[in-house]
Ligand binder design. Structure first.
Ligand SMILES: *Cc1c(COP(=O)(O)O)cnc(C)c1O
Length: 406
């Protein structure tokens, strides 16, 4: 790319990918684990870092049970397997999500059925209800980038038909719906500790539920072979029933991951507070531009954002591409989901699911929806730098005189 018209302030563009340091409290525990070689969650008779993390996470979320695993994708897979769905079962998922979600469905020998998502990044409830009535065995709701669809309507429709709901809350830790923690609304809720999520374990996942039978199955399938399930402080009566009757997929969490994650749990309230303040500050500025719009959340949602999504208004494809270039020239790397090649959040790239449906509403949204990381640690000056660049890039593209004009 030419740099001749790069503005001089490019050097001071904030780095939105750098992580926060891991709290110092993790060091002593990691050193102890390295000294003793106690890295496997089931070596110690009790109180392993992974077990302690599960107890702390369940308490924080207000759920009865928690199981730590190696990723959110594996948490979703285990949740689907625990439902004991028939091979080829239809699992409704929003068409706006990360490729890992339809992948988990395929991994569990089920068929993903994609539901339209509107320009407000939330599930189109008319299409959801229609697809539910065409036949669904389970529903997997991805709260993509923390945006919450109408969970009241979704739960009412699914409860009335006795269809189980799994929440993919990978990117929604700290988000609330009517004051309740996201991930506790459905039968099971799944979370990610991959580095780009609110809590950075490098990799890692968690599944929570109040159902003793489901947690027993997931604990066994995650790799609690023989009687290792006895080290889980959960109701033990269901394990005798499932012993030796379920495959062991070995998706356990590593003690070192738990040691990195545990001291970050106390940071969550600050990250949520600062992330929301920064997001709302940038959102108000972008929304004031005639070329940009930030969809409002549904009333019951209090989001915990670490990124911002907004739509380009009145841009054609060429202008959209020019917008990404203009923002990048100002040091701000914004992606338009449907315009960056091979994007894992564009459903037409999920060729592994088989025939790709048309989904015109979701496609139209993806072609104009911008995505920008906005980590909680940014200063107000850095937030303003990003907002200035995003607005100026739109003005620049829209003020360009057409080559052959009217
Ligand atoms: C990150 C993410 C996942 C996958 O999480 P992993 O822990 O990387 O497997 C799934 N769904 C959504 C919405 C995500 O953002």
């Amino acid at each position: 790319m030419s740099s001749t018209n790069t503005p001089p302030h490019t050097q001071s563009a904030p780095d939105v990918h750098a992580a926060e340091p891991i709290p110092a409290a993790a060091r002593a525990e990691i050193e102890r684990l390295l000294q003793t070689g106690d890295l496997f969650r089931y070596t110690a008779p009790s109180r392993s870092p992974v077990s302690l993390l599960e107890a702390e996470f369940a308490e924080m979320m207000g759920s009865r049970f928690a199981l730590a695993v190696s990723s959110c994708s594996n948490a979703l897979f285990l949740a689907l397997k625990a439902l004991d769905l028939p091979r080829g079962a239809r699992v409704l998922i929003p068409a706006f999500t990360f490729a890992a979600v339809p992948s988990a469905v395929v991994h569990a020998d089920c068929r993903p059925v994609l539901v339209e998502v509107g320009s407000n990044f939330r599930i189109d409830m008319e299409d959801f209800a229609a697809k539910l009535d065409q036949g669904a065995d389970a529903v997997l709701i991805s709260h993509m980038r923390g945006h919450t669809s109408d969970m009241d309507a979704i739960m009412a429709l699914c409860d009335a038909r006795d269809i189980p709901v799994i929440e993919d809350a990978a990117h929604s830790l700290g988000t609330k719906w009517h004051g309740r923690n996201i991930g506790t609304l459905g039968k099971m809720g799944c979370f990610s500790f991959q580095s780009y999520k609110l809590v950075n374990g490098g990799e890692g996942g968690m599944v929570i539920t109040d159902d003793a039978d489901l947690i027993a199955k997931m604990i066994i399938m995650s790799g609690a072979y023989e009687h290792n399930w006895k080290k889980h402080p959960v109701v033990h009566e269901r394990f005798a029933h499932w012993q030796n009757r379920l495959p062991l997929y070995n998706m356990r969490m590593h003690n070192l991951s738990a040691a990195v994650i545990r001291p970050q749990l106390g940071e969550i309230p600050r990250r949520v507070r600062d992330g929301r303040a920064g997001h709302d500050r940038v959102a108000a500025r972008l929304d004031a531009s005639p070329w940009l719009s930030v969809p409002a959340p549904l009333a019951p949602e209090a989001r915990a954002p670490d990124s911002i999504q907004f739509n380009l208004v009145g841009f054609d494809d060429e202008e959209t591409l020019a917008y990404m270039d203009a923002a990048r020239a100002r040091g701000v790397g914004v992606q338009v989901f449907g315009m960056s090649k091979d994007n894992a959040r564009a459903f037409w790239n999920w060729q592994f699911i088989g025939e790709i449906p048309a989904l015109p509403e979701t496609r139209a949204m993806l072609m104009r929806a911008c995505d920008m990381r906005l980590p909680a640690r940014l200063t107000e000056a850095e937030q303003d730098f990003i907002a200035d660049a995003l607005i100026a890039a739109a003005e620049e593209v829209k003020s360009r005189a057409p080559a052959y004009g009217t």
